[in-house]
Ligand binder design. Sequence first.
Ligand SMILES: [Cu+2]
Length: 354
Amino acid sequence: MFRGALKEDSHKRRLYNQRFSPLRMGRPSLVWLPLSCSIVLLANPLGHKVILAIFTSIITANARLYHLPTSPASHVFASPGSSLIGHLRRYWTSYSDVKVVRLSMRLLSIAFTCVAIVLPRVAQVTAVPHGGVLSYNIAGTNYKGFTPYNTPVGQTTIQREWDSYDPITTPASGNLACNANGASLGSAQLSATVAAGSRVTAYYNQWPHTIGPVMVYMAKCPGSCTSANPSSLSWFKIDQAGLISGTLTTGLWGQGQLVANNNSWTSTIPASLPAGEYFIRHELLALHTSNQPQFYPECAQLKLTGGGSSSPSGSYLVQFPGAYKASDPGVTIDIYSQPTVTTYTIPGPPVWRG
Ligand SMILES: [Cu+2]
């Protein structure tokens, strides 16, 4: 009799614990592993979205399973802007039925674990496409660029070698002139012959970034560009587009225009430049990561014909590296903390218009 009462008592206590302490349900690993994973995931917006989507589907499934009205579930998630913790709290109070809560915990545990395993891989995959200039149209003629991620052996193009879609993340990088490694292809290196005053279009891959300026530079080679070291040349800017309209956070940038224009950018070679061998250097400076500039330069070789006798000098000329400092206002910038600012200072020299 006494024993039976004790037994019943502990049974009641267990039920009580199950009802009011969801963390004690199931095996500890089923809770703590996913919980720690979820903390990591909540730290980034993608993780937040994924968890929210999983949670919504679990609630809907539960509601169907236990013949609960689905409206509270959708109601819980209908209010935009409220935190995930808020959603959770409202969920517990809407559905305090032990069975539902226990099943939810189990499903959530599995979901969190799966997401924790899968998400880093997803992030890795989505991190691959940055990009660069893959081809050119110069005065109506198409030129294929260098193919990155491939050996330079057997490649012959007007473009200098560049090895990956990844950004250069410091303006002091020795690769800033013509990307890594910017090498000449030697006897396989070509140059496009073009008249001064012609139009040059650079074609990118599916360019993923819409925040940041587009800049186009040229540099005269002392003799043949094929034997020139791009880091020793004096570069001048022939074209640029920074913040075209709107605010730093939501406005239209040069790169947004590039994307809208079929991932391409068209510039005009100044007509007054003297004939000779030149580099043309397209550079995208992506600013979507706060205070972490990303530089994407690619160079191609040109042989200018015609032209004039005007050359940039003085403050128009810069070197790479050297043209930018990390402390430049347009280089290290947090565009998200300035949602009302409508001006942006493009780094580097002013555009030389010939
Ligand atoms: Cu990128």
